[in-house]
Design a protein around this ligand. Structure first.
Ligand code: PFF
Length: 458
């Protein structure tokens, strides 16, 4: 395979995988989806999906990557030449590319918020920082200025595309990953600190109840599909990312342990965000304002910062960390398609990077404008941004995951899963028997049923 990322240490590899998994999906998408899908009931299904389906599918992807040692398409071609299984890999590349298209826009918003935090613009004109009445509507207006217009978010998206090209072409990816290894624990600490703040806000209880007390009648096929999609999104499943990363894992990396660490970190960040956002939403009376899902955290978090001493400092710190998290995720997802171009189409690094990222100048722009002048343009009743997110996350990711499970469970070379999960027989573990059963039967059937239930529901 082409010379790409060279991981120096094993811990670096696991951390890079965590870095790619923890991103805007946990911090931005999870609260939005939870709010849109009824709160605690969604959380419950999301946790169940992570444990029952997410971890086994992740193990299947890890095994595939390490056994095939190639890009998302190459692993299938190597392990099962002259079959059509590579199509699953191709679909994952399509999914990851579509996701990158709108993800770049949200990364751009993060950049705007960072810049506005540094120069104080975000809090400019805020009369009373303690007392929500004065802040009422203030940050929604700021959000509208920064996100629901054309020029600012578009320029920021272009800024992010340029930063990504820089990182990928000049090979500072390793540096970014190292940076993220240091900064992610800091993000964690900040989230914990913010939790302590929001949980003590007046009226926080109501928000907590929304987040933690499930109303089972709210579990509809739509909620199931959204929770499943969120599970795949936040664990980076079905995007080819984990296949591409695990292709670099040495033979003694414990795949089970790695999948446990990645899932736990991803869950923890998501749940912490829930503890921050929902108490704040009820405390600041934001629930009535029909906040659009995607913009939820960009209104709620500044409110939280405004209630702290030195809001600019908190805000800057938070958005720096979020930007790094978003950047490591963007870079890793772009790497999937770049690796494919380099390996399969024999393109050079620079050319492959440009071929992958330059079309985003148009595609991401359309997503960005769907909050501005294209907000009235819809596909199947959704804006371009929402349509892409929904289609890629809730349909493509589960489809790819079914393909991966069916392939690894039934069609991959005999013993692949056992070999990979026992590190080629050097570890005495019987867990592969259970994992294989889940991958063969439970996971594909459940994912298919959830997908179908939604179509029938429609
Ligand atoms: N798990 C990542 C996240 O939650 O942000 C998934 C991801 C999405 C990675 C989009 C990369 C990306 F561009």
């Amino acid at each position: 395979m082409a010379e790409k990322t060279n991981f120096s240490s094993k811990i670096g590899l696991v951390m890079a995988t965590v870095g790619s998994a923890v991103g805007l999906g946990n911090v931005w998408r999870f609260p939005a989806e939870t709010q849109a899908n009824g709160g605690a009931a969604f959380l419950l299904v999301y946790v169940a999906c992570t444990v029952l389906l997410g971890i086994p599918v992740m193990l299947a992807e890890f095994s595939l990557g390490r056994a095939g040692r190639s890009d998302a398409v190459g692993v299938f071609q190597r392990l099962s030449p002259r079959t059509a299984w590579w199509g699953v890999g191709a679909l994952s590349i399509l999914a990851s590319y579509l996701i990158l298209t709108f993800y770049m826009v949200v990364a751009g918003w993060t950049l705007v918020y960072l810049i506005q935090s540094v120069d104080g613009g975000l809090f400019d004109g805020l009369q009373t920082i303690h007392g929500t009445a004065a802040a009422d509507g203030f940050f929604r207006q700021k959000m509208a200025d920064y996100i629901c217009t054309d020029t600012t978010p578009l320029l920021a998206t272009y800024g992010m595309i340029a930063i990504n090209i820089g990182v990928l072409v000049w090979g500072v990816q390793k540096g970014i990953e190292r940076l993220s290894n240091v900064l992610m624990p800091v993000l964690f600490v900040i989230l914990l600190a913010l939790c302590c703040v929001t949980l003590t806000l007046p009226g926080a209880g109501e928000g907590l109840e929304f987040f933690l007390r499930p109303d089972f009648s709210k579990i509809t096929p739509g909620v199931l599909v959204s929770a499943l999609g969120q599970t795949f999104f936040s664990l980076s499943l079905g995007m080819g990312i984990l296949i591409t990363y695990s292709a670099y894992y040495p033979a003694d990396t414990k795949l089970g342990k790695t999948s446990g660490i990645v899932s736990l970190m991803s869950l923890l960040v998501a749940v912490l965000m829930g503890f921050i956002i929902f108490p704040a939403v009820t405390s600041f009376g934001l629930a009535d304002h029909e906040l659009r899902g995607a913009t939820l955290i960009f209104v709620t978090l500044p409110e939280v910062f405004a209630n702290l001493p030195a809001p600019c400092v908190w805000s800057t710190l938070f958005f720096v960390l979020l930007l790094v998290a978003a950047l490591t995720s963007c870079v890793s997802i772009a790497e999937v398609t770049i690796a494919f171009m380099q390996d399969r189409l024999r393109m050079g690094r620079v050319k492959a990077t440009l071929v992958v990222l330059l079309p985003l100048v148009v595609l991401s722009a359309l997503c960005s404008l769907s909050f501005g002048s294209l907000s009235g343009f819809t596909i199947f009743g959704r804006t371009i941004f929402d349509f892409l997110d929904n289609f890629a996350t809730n349909i493509l990711l589960p489809l790819v995951s079914i393909g991966v499970c069916v392939y690894v469970g039934w069609f991959a070379p005999a013993g692949l899963l056992r070999d990979e999960l026992t590190n080629y027989g050097s570890r005495r573990s019987r867990s592969h028997v259970l994992v294989k059963w889940v991958i063969r039967f439970l996971a594909p059937l459940m994912i298919a049923m959830i997908l179908l239930s939604n179509f029938i529901d429609i």
